[in-house]
Design a binder for this molecule. Sequence first.
Ligand code: PHE
Length: 354
Amino acid sequence: MNLFEALEQAYQTAQTALEDAKDAGTLETWYADTLGRKGVITLQVRSVGQLPAEDRPAFGKRVNEIKQALEAAYTAQAQVVKTAELARALEAGAIDVTLPGRPATPGHLHLTTQTLRQIYSIFGRMGFEVYEAPDVELESYNFDLLNIPEYHPARDMWDTFWVQQVRNSPARLLLRTHTSPGQVRAMRERANTGRSAPEPIRVILPGKCYRYEQITARSEHQFYQVEGLAVGKNITMTDLIGTLTQFTSMFYGSGHKMRVRSSYFPFTEPSIEADMSCILCGGKGCRVCKYTGWLEIAGAGMVHPVVLKNGGYDPDEWSGFAFGTGVERPAMLKYSVNDIRYFYGNDLRFLRQF
Ligand code: PHE
């Protein structure tokens, strides 16, 4: 018997064996013995070396045809076996066809997105538009233009992740440490409209910020902030405090006290920190407010003249206020979440609760 005949015989045998394979186990064994790595048909390819050169292409072609035919026959037989096994199981009562299927659960917005949208809607009602600025920021916008030169100790407060420099460019890139760089971007856009005078501004700047920090229950190395910026004629600290008070009562409900402390930021002058009475203990003092009775809600202040100038606004003519507030922490307070890491953990048991 020559090799061609042996091949055809192996094909015949495999076909008959396949027809006899009536359960999943036999089928699998058949596959391994026939088309598997060491299967009869697979091994046929090796015998090609024993043939005279002129017969080799024809032999190779035939082996491939047989392989393809057997693969197709296997798939068909597997379907037949599967159907038969299902029918047997049904008859034996092993499958309860009256059992309802698992319902597909529709997804919903992440708690952070829900909180952001509440914030947008509150500020929207006060006339603020949403302005988006980039996460990957130029060093100059994150620091220098905000009155934080390279040597300034305030840079230590915002240690960050640096991004590889653009080739041939002296500009250094980083992941923004706060949403404040958007202030200058918004101002430069509105100051340069090509009209004779810059426009007044009322925007909020939401977005992710990054800090090179230890991750704990209270701080992540990525988190959201919402910045607020208003620039106009005769804007005063009273407008700032009024805006923050209004926001607090709309977000947490009325009846909370607010207080303002003096603070320091290089890009605001004067700078303040706004606190509200602890929503958990009502001001008596508890673990959440570290027994002070107060919770910090925003860093804020009047836009520094240098920053106004950097944005293209003449500080003798214009004034403005700015504030920056978190998103996860307010959400934690409002919904009693005790660990910020849940926001980024992707654990459905957490996410489904909101
Ligand atoms: N950017 C400051 C921070 O991240 C917050 C801030 C914003 C302070 C705007 C003043 C004005 O801490």
